[in-house]
Design a protein around this ligand. Structure first.
Ligand SMILES: [Zn+2]
Ligand SMILES: [Zn+2]
Length: 302
């Protein structure tokens, strides 16, 4: 039987401590980092959930600083998305929208490269022996991305609708990254409602939302942000689809502070851009959350 671990959600004081001292910060940033009622504590994990199967210590804001993560700079200021294989419009999230989301979430220049054809790319493929779907070998993709890493790229993220495998002995993998080499690849194949035999009306919106979430989660790892054990947060680890669907689309104060420190954006402007994006694609719950947050931060509620 698999070993289960213990996990007790950190108490309120430990959650605040993880955000770190904030008295010296500019007023708007300080307010953006006040949890208030908009950031719930991390839920108590069930037996199949991430934290009972993968023990994690958490990464406070100060631990993040101590880890001396990569950060974008004048030489490497841009993020690139490399679509691999086809993104058929009726079956895939829109690349335009993924790019718009990424540049709102990570306020940097985000470029989408031309779709790379798998045939002739030298990437090994196989048919999964059980499900018989096409799968691409992640190690080959990472090698290809490393060779193509633009000189001004902070990070290059491969995205694909094909399923992935990391090694012939594995059934599949969602994605793989090499943070030090600035490259990663992630598949949205298993977020397609059909893959999970889900009956949903609005599968396009669901697929886009899941794809945006996984893109933001994985790209945040590329900024040195580890899994979150403090709040219910985009950066919580996830063991299955129900758990990842339950994750919020936004960063908790601990992780928002890390990303802000890394990129140096204006928190209000970033939330405004995210609000515009979320409203435009009908992610209504998230848009509402952003509206409330903006009002609190900018003081319009008082
Ligand atoms: Zn993760
Ligand atoms: Zn968090």
């Amino acid at each position: 039987m698999m070993t289960r671990h213990q996990f007790t959600p950190p108490a309120a004081k430990a959650r605040l401590d993880a955000i770190g001292p904030r008295n010296h910060l500019p007023a708007l940033l300080r307010r953006a980092l006040e949890p208030g009622e908009d950031f719930a504590p991390i839920p108590v994990p069930g037996p199949d959930d991430w934290l009972l199967n993968h023990p994690e210590e958490g990464q406070s804001f100060e631990a993040f600083l101590r880890s001396r993560p990569h950060r974008p700079d004048v030489n490497r200021p841009k993020v690139y998305l490399q679509p691999l294989g086809q993104f058929i419009p009726s079956e895939s999230p829109s690349l335009e929208r993924l790019k718009a989301f990424a540049s709102a979430f990570f306020p940097l220049e985000v470029n989408a490269l031309r779709v790379l054809d798998i045939a002739g790319s030298g990437v090994t493929q196989r048919q999964n022996p059980y499900s018989h779907n096409r799968q691409l070998l992640t190690t080959d993709i990472l090698a290809l991305l490393r060779r193509q890493l633009p000189r001004d790229a902070y990070a290059l993220l491969g995205i694909t609708m094909d399923d992935l495998y990391p090694d012939p002995t594995w059934n599949f993998v969602f994605g793989q990254a090499s943070l030090r080499e600035r490259v990663g690849v992630y598949s949205f194949a298993r977020y397609h409602p059909r893959f999970n035999r889900e009956a949903v009306n609005d599968f396009h919106r669901l697929l886009l939302q899941r794809s945006c979430k996984v893109l933001a989660h994985e790209m945040s790892h590329m900024f040195g942000i580890q899994h979150c054990i403090y709040f219910h947060c985009l950066m919580n680890g996830s063991n299955h689809l129900v758990e990842s669907d339950a994750r919020p689309m936004h960063l908790c104060p601990v992780d928002l502070r890390k990303l802000q420190e890394s990129i140096g954006f204006d928190v209000v402007e970033r939330y405004r851009n995210l609000l515009a994006f979320n409203a435009s694609v009908q992610f209504l719950e998230e848009a509402e959350w952003l509206r409330r947050r903006l009002e609190l931060i900018t003081g319009a509620l008082r």
